[in-house]
Design a binder for this molecule. Structure first.
Ligand SMILES: *Cc1c(COP(=O)(O)O)cnc(C)c1O
Length: 363
C-alpha cells in the first residue's frame, strides 16, 4: 500500500499534553484514513492531519450502526523506544468483526504497517509517566448515503491515536463489579464476539444503573439462562481458585475474544499456575467467593490490563473478594504482563514489536 503523507498545516500542530491525560480526551496531530468502494476496493490510503469527518445525515452508519473498532496500545520503553503489543492480533480480530458485520476486510499486513507509520510520525505523543500509554483506535464505518436497510457499498477506515493516563490513579487497586440479573449483553448467534459499537450502545443503561449503585463495572450473564458468567463488557473475567488455579469462561460466541485474556492464559501457565476455560455458574461462583475457595477475581482487557475485583454485587447482596484487597496472583500477572509491554523484561513470547523513537521500525 502506498500511503500518501500530507503535511500538517499551521495551527494543526497541537501542544502535547503531559499531565491529567485521562482516557481518550486528547488526540494526536495525525490520523490514517482510507476509503472503500466495490469498484476500486480500498484506496486513497493517507496519513494526514487529525480532522473532523463530514458525512451526509442519511449515511448508513448513523441509522443502522454498521461499525466496528479495535483498541490496542503503544508503550514507552525505558530506553526511549516504543513497543506495540500483539497489535497483529487486533488486526485479525478487526477483520473477524468486519466479516460478522458484512463489511469488507482490510489487508492485515498493510493495516499494521499503516499503524506503525502513524505512530512513527506522532512518536512524541507516546507518554512516558508510569502507567501511561498511547491508545490506538482503528475504526471502520459504513458511509453509503441510503436509508434502505442493506449492507453499505462504501466504507471509511481510519486510525486515531490518543495518549492515555494510568488506569489506576491511586495505584493498582480493586474495582466493584455489579452482576446484572435482568438485562443481557449478547446472545449466541448475535454480535457479542464482534467489536462493534452496537454492543456498547445496548450496555450503557445498565452501566449507568450500576454506577448509581456504586459499582464501576457490570458483569454479564449468558442470554439463554441468565446463569453462566460471560464477561465485563470491556474486559474478560478470570477467577483464581485456592491461589493457584485460574478459570475463565470459554469463547462460546457471545463474548469478545480478548487479546489480554489470551495473554493471561499463556502467561499464567508459563508462571506455573494451572488454567482452564470453563462455564461458571453464578450461584456456584458466589458460594465459592463466600467460602473463600475463590481467592481472587480479576477483569482483563487492554485498558486496565488486569483489574482486580474487590467485591461483586448481585440482587442487593454484596460479596467481598479477598477482603477488597489486591491478591498475589492478580499482582503477579499484572507485573509480568506490564513488564513485557513496557519492555522492562525480556519478551519471551514475541508479543512486542519495537518502533524506534526516531521513526524507523524493527524488531
Ligand atoms: C475489547 C473488549 C474486551 C477486551 O479485549 P482486549 O483485546 O483484551 O482489549 C473484552 N470485552 C469486550 C466486549 C471488548 O469490546
Amino acid at each position: 500500500m502506498d500511503i500518501k503523507i500530507l503535511p500538517l498545516e499551521e495551527g494543526e500542530l497541537k501542544e502535547i499534553p503531559n499531565v491529567n491525560l485521562g482516557f481518550g480526551r486528547h488526540m494526536t496531530n495525525r490520523m490514517f484514513t482510507q476509503k472503500y468502494t466495490p469498484e476500486r476496493g480500498w484506496h486513497e490510503a493517507t496519513i494526514g492531519p487529525y480532522r473532523p469527518i463530514c458525512l451526509d445525515p442519511a449515511t448508513v452508519v448513523f441509522h443502522y450502526a454498521q461499525e466496528i473498532f479495535e483498541g490496542t496500545k503503544a508503550y514507552r520503553r525505558p530506553d526511549g523506544h516504543i513497543n506495540i503489543f500483539r497489535t497483529w492480533e487486533n488486526m485479525k480480530r478487526f477483520n473477524a468483526s468486519a466479516r460478522r458485520m458484512a463489511m469488507p476486510v482490510v489487508d492485515e499486513e498493510e493495516h499494521l504497517a499503516a499503524i506503525i507509520q502513524l505512530i512513527s510520525l506522532d512518536h512524541e505523543w507516546v507518554p512516558s509517566r508510569p502507567g501511561t500509554s498511547l491508545y490506538i483506535r482503528p475504526v471502520m464505518l459504513a458511509t453509503e448515503v441510503a436509508l434502505g436497510v442493506h449492507s453499505s457499498r462504501e466504507y471509511l477506515h481510519f486510525v486515531i491515536l490518543s495518549p492515555v493516563g494510568a488506569y489506576f490513579k491511586e495505584g493498582f487497586s480493586p474495582v466493584s463489579v455489579y452482576i446484572e440479573h435482568n438485562y443481557r449483553r449478547a446472545a449466541k448467534g448475535g454480535t457479542g464476539a464482534a467489536k462493534t459499537g452496537g454492543n456498547y450502545a445496548a450496555s450503557l443503561l445498565v452501566g449507568e444503573q450500576a454506577r448509581a449503585r456504586g459499582y464501576s463495572q457490570v458483569l454479564w450473564l449468558d442470554a439463554a439462562e441468565g446463569r453462566y458468567i460471560e464477561e465485563v463488557g470491556a474486559m474478560n473475567i478470570c477467577f483464581v481458585y485456592d491461589g493457584k488455579h485460574v478459570v475463565t469462561p470459554p469463547l462460546t460466541g457471545s463474548i469478545l475474544p480478548g487479546v489480554t485474556r489470551d495473554s493471561v492464559i499463556t502467561l499464567a501457565r508459563d508462571l506455573g499456575y494451572t488454567v482452564s476455560e470453563e462455564m461458571i455458574d453464578v450461584y456456584q461462583m458466589l458460594a465459592d467467593v463466600e467460602s473463600g475457595k475463590i481467592t481472587e477475581a480479576f477483569g482483563c482487557g487492554t485498558a486496565a490490563v488486569i483489574a482486580p475485583v474487590g467485591k461483586f454485587g448481585y440482587r442487593d447482596k454484596e460479596y467481598p473478594v479477598n477482603n477488597f484487597e489486591v491478591g498475589p496472583v492478580s499482582r503477579h500477572l499484572y507485573q509480568e504482563l506490564t513488564d513485557i509491554q513496557y519492555g522492562r523484561i525480556k519478551d519471551r513470547f514475541n508479543w512486542t514489536y519495537l518502533i524506534e523513537a526516531n521513526g524507523a521500525g524493527g524488531r
